[in-house]
Write a protein that binds this ligand. Structure first.
Ligand SMILES: [Cu+2]
Length: 169
């Protein structure tokens, strides 16, 4: 609680100085996503990760990729720079006989002029070997089929209980 109050105080001061306050759309005060390296013209990346449950080392992250360029893009993989032994795998969720199961996706196509928005219950990045707390930032390195790479940092958000039901198939 003490830490929370300090954080809120710091945010209030920062907000007062800058003339604005920042808050995530789930109500937690948090920074947004930030591209930390060279961007790909016409391609906009955004996203967030879920915090891990106590004692758990797996979670999920959700990216949105907007492709305003003239060519289709294919997202082929995501790395977690700086986190040894941690992995981020592209998954989709399929319904088989009423049971929701996750499947590995080799790549994710983003047609020209389209946006792909990952979401709980759909396409997501499965994170293994991570411990994430709300308010932290998670660095990602996103690879595309043409060899281009975007590095960004996404905020870690609070888990909403019962919002996600993951069944590994
Ligand atoms: Cu998954």
């Amino acid at each position: 609680m003490n830490k929370l109050l300090k954080t809120l105080g710091a945010i209030f001061i920062a907000g007062a100085l800058a003339g604005f306050t920042a808050a995530g759309d789930d109500g937690t005060a948090a920074a947004g996503s930030q591209v930390t390296g060279p961007a790909i013209p016409g391609v906009h990346l955004d996203g967030f990760a879920r915090e891990t449950l106590p004692g758990m080392a797996m979670s999920a992250a959700y990216l949105s990729v907007r492709n305003s360029g003239g060519e289709a893009m294919r997202l082929t993989g995501v790395e977690l720079p700086g986190l040894e032994d941690a992995t981020a795998d592209l998954h989709t969720t399929v319904n088989e006989d009423g049971v929701s199961r996750m499947r590995a996706l080799p790549e994710l196509a983003i047609p020209a002029g389209a946006a792909i928005v990952m979401a709980p219950g759909g396409v997501h990045l499965m994170l293994h070997g991570v411990r994430l707390r709300a308010g932290e930032q998670l660095p990602l390195r996103v690879h595309f089929a043409d060899g281009r790479v975007v590095e960004l940092s996404i905020p870690v958000r609070q888990l909403k209980a019962a919002a996600e039901h993951h069944h590994h198939g």
